[in-house]
Ligand binder design. Sequence first.
Ligand code: MG
Length: 328
Amino acid sequence: MSASEPTVLELGLPVRAPLDGLPAAVRIHEVGPRDGLQNEPTALPVEVKAEFIARLAAAGLRTVEATSFVHPKWVPQLADAEQLFPLVAGLPEEYPGLRLPVLVPNERGLERALAHGVADIAVFASATESFAVKNLGRGVEASLEMFAPVVQRARAAGIRVRGYLSMCFGDPWEGPVPAAQVVEVGRRLLDLGCDQLSLGDTIGTGTPGQVTALLGEFADRGVGPGQLAVHFHDTYGQALVNTLAALRCGVATVDSSAGGLGGCPYAKSATGNLATEDLVWMLHGLGIETGVDLPALAATSRWLADRLGRPSPSRAVRALTGDGAPHQ
Ligand code: MG
């Protein structure tokens, strides 16, 4: 591209055109360093991961899921959690309000998190029996039993707990997942003491009517949007429109991954997590506050793409950084 050709970067921001009935602000739960990197084939040096998290904080993100205190055998990409956390633990002093949650699979993981002074944890459950058995090595009931003491001990220590619920819309082994089943398992997680439930479309097959119906079912069962977050995957190109459906239902916490990091491990696709840049472009266009500096974020994803050796799958990153942007 020659210097005279205009790029989207020269405009830099979407046109602001608000819609009625949406939240004034959205808290983005950035999952790139954990959910993103754990699904990338390339393992990065711990210093690069620490710089990535620091850049995300500098770009205005205030919830950055940092890593996972899971057994290194299960997720070798995050085997350096013990080395990483001390490198980033000081960031909340520099960026007030910054939260750095870590994924904790069991009581052993919680002990490791407690030893590092972690203030936010997340546990990872499944709405379906098949995925629970395949991913967690035990069924839904047994996995909830495993989480119960983790959540109780964390809450007693003053730690906030997020409950991830995966396979909320479709399951590769079971097909469509009934909303009543998702709400049942979700309510059990909240009853254990989780502060927030993140509803995951793990294989990305959901569509906006399904999202609206599921959130309506939660509301009917006494779980309002203030307790919920959404975690969409863009495998079928539905992540942003599903996000808009959730915003219309009042959800104001949205999970996304900088640069769209992390393919979909259950579909042969390079496109998995919703890219934070794509999300921010839409939210800022709608006049919804995020606190994120979009060009700084896109530059961070471009920087990380060089370290991973592959271009970001995010459309907004490509448009903003000129990487793969179409010529006129
Ligand atoms: Mg994900």
